[in-house]
Design a protein around this ligand. Structure first.
Ligand code: SF4
Ligand code: SF4
Length: 477
């Protein structure tokens, strides 16, 4: 699995591509016209603007991570970039965070004012420096937070990376993919630009497929039904690339006799604002979802399998949207455990005979603390479950975190550092790697293709659906 090392200066000096920004300006895209989404303006004093924006972002959490680093280097042992490229100091988490830390120290910390040379305080000279900063924070970190767990000082490098991404997003200095996904999110309310028509048609299609599978023409995917036990929210990837996961969820909820609904608007539980650092976008998407649940008077929000969606919807979104949290939410994995525990569904593990391992999504395990629940289910729906090492909150990123899948220009580096994930997968001897995240499905698929591994990717919901014993008509309650 030895990869040829790529030249890091080719990555760090990638130019800013503004073709998509120009197209959006020319076509008068509303979010660009009204300023919700910024485009790069070379005539502006972007360095000055960055400093003004940074001043307004200095929370206690941010400042703690700015001043806490003692440069001990322990985080380097945690980062997949640094582990695969141990000779390259620019891959260490401390180096990545230092790019914004130096600016902070020069302008907002007494050490940088008194002894700038001692603490390496500095200011970007011009837009070229900002573009270089863009390539470091977007191109060399997947925001996985593995380094955070390894830091004895409690420094959260991913928070600083996200903060810097947010500042650059406000200046339009972003990778093309980040601009496009942000635009789609603002314009359509979901990050894949799925139209309302496509969403509703896909739901209808899955309803018909599931009716046939269940041999029950009365099966429904209830849309906008009020006063249900929960509102089910999904990842737009399910509509665009994997609609069977919607049908599978419906099939399981049907067998469990659940009272549930899906909203016609506010259905995207993912949130690109987490990746781009754009709190306004994050708040907009999250609020759409919370308002939908309120409108439908749902008792709970159930989040389909997505790591960053789970983190955004359950915790971060309320802060971005400044929204009062008064509705419980849970991952669908927790819902499935309840069904199995209460005997509401029956499963047969012999229907999943191939060896299965589990990949912990960073946002589900490390940032979400859901580590035992997926395993509890997999041990009941698969005949041969095998651990991957390291695992749980110590697991390595699928390499597709932090919105990396949308930034194609950084893929060669991403695939080089994916060697760690490929080796982890191979060592299990599993034929299926299960994960509880649609983003990880794509990240792992890239790794598997690149390293030519004989392994397939599945999600917990799919394996439960495969193991599900559908009661005969006269057995239904
Ligand atoms: S482990 Fe923490 S203190 Fe040590 S270099 Fe990394 S971020 Fe800094
Ligand atoms: S968050 Fe993950 S990818 Fe980013 S520096 Fe830390 S360990 Fe590396």
């Amino acid at each position: 699995m030895n990869e040829k090392s790529i030249n890091i200066s080719d990555v760090i000096n990638l130019p800013l591509d503004t073709k998509e920004q120009k197209k959006a300006v020319d076509s008068k895209t509303p979010c660009v016209v009204d300023g919700r989404l910024k485009v790069y303006n070379p005539d502006e004093d972007n360095v000055k603007r960055l400093l003004e924006l940074l001043k307004n972002k200095l929370s206690r959490q941010v400042v703690g991570s700015m001043v806490g680093c003692v440069h001990c280097g322990m985080c380097s042992d945690a980062c997949h970039y640094a582990l695969v490229r141990p000779y390259d100091p620019t891959m260490t988490p401390a180096y990545k965070a230092d790019q914004i830390r130096h600016i902070f120290k020069r302008h907002f910390d007494w050490t940088g004012r008194l002894v700038p040379w001692w603490v390496h305080a500095g200011t970007p000279k011009d837009d070229e420096d900002l573009k270089r900063l863009k390539n470091i924070v977007f191109g060399t970190c997947t925001g996985c937070r593995r380094c955070t767990l390894n830091c004895p000082m409690g420094v959260d490098t991913a928070i600083l990376v996200r903060l810097t991404r947010g500042l650059l997003t406000e200046l339009g200095i972003v990778p093309e993919g980040v601009f496009v996904v942000s635009k789609d999110s603002w314009e359509t309310g979901n990050q894949m630009g799925v139209t309302q028509e496509d969403y509703l048609e896909t739901i209808q299609w899955m309803e018909e497929e599931t009716q046939a599978e269940l041999d029950d023409p009365h099966f429904k995917i209830p849309m906008d039904k009020e006063d249900c036990d929960f509102m089910y929210t999904i990842n737009p990837r399910e509509v665009k690339y994997d609609p069977r996961s919607i049908g599978n969820a419906g099939k399981i909820f049907y067998c469990a006799g659940e009272s549930w609904t899906m909203p016609s608007w506010g259905w995207d539980q993912t949130n690109f604002g987490l990746f781009s650092g754009d709190d306004k976008l994050g708040g907009y998407i999250a609020k759409n979802l919370y308002e939908a649940a309120k409108r439908l008077r749902a008792k709970r929000i159930v989040i389909s399998e997505c790591g960053h969606g789970y983190r955004s919807t359950r915790w971060e979104g309320y802060n971005w949207a400044k929204y009062k949290q008064d509705l419980p939410s849970e991952s669908v994995v927790v819902t499935l455990i309840r069904y199995i525990n209460q005997g509401r569904i029956k499963v047969d593990p012999s229907r999943n005979p191939l060896p299965v391992t589990y990949h912990d999504s960073c946002n589900i395990a490390r940032s979400g603390d859901l580590t035992e629940e997926p395993r509890w289910i997999l041990k009941r729906v698969c005949a041969d479950f095998r651990e991957m090492y390291p695992n749980r909150s110590d697991n390595f990123c699928c390499t597709g975190g932090g919105g990396a899948l949308s930034m194609v220009e950084y893929k060669p580096l991403r695939m080089e550092v994916a060697r760690i994930k490929a080796e982890q997968l191979t060592a299990t001897g599993a034929k299926i790697v299960c994960t509880s995240c649609h983003n990880c499905v794509d990240g792992l698929t890239d790794v598997i293709k690149h390293y030519k591994l004989d392994i397939k990717v599945a999600q917990i919901l799919d394996l439960v659906a495969d193991a599900l014993i559908i009661p005969k008509k006269n057995e239904k309650k």
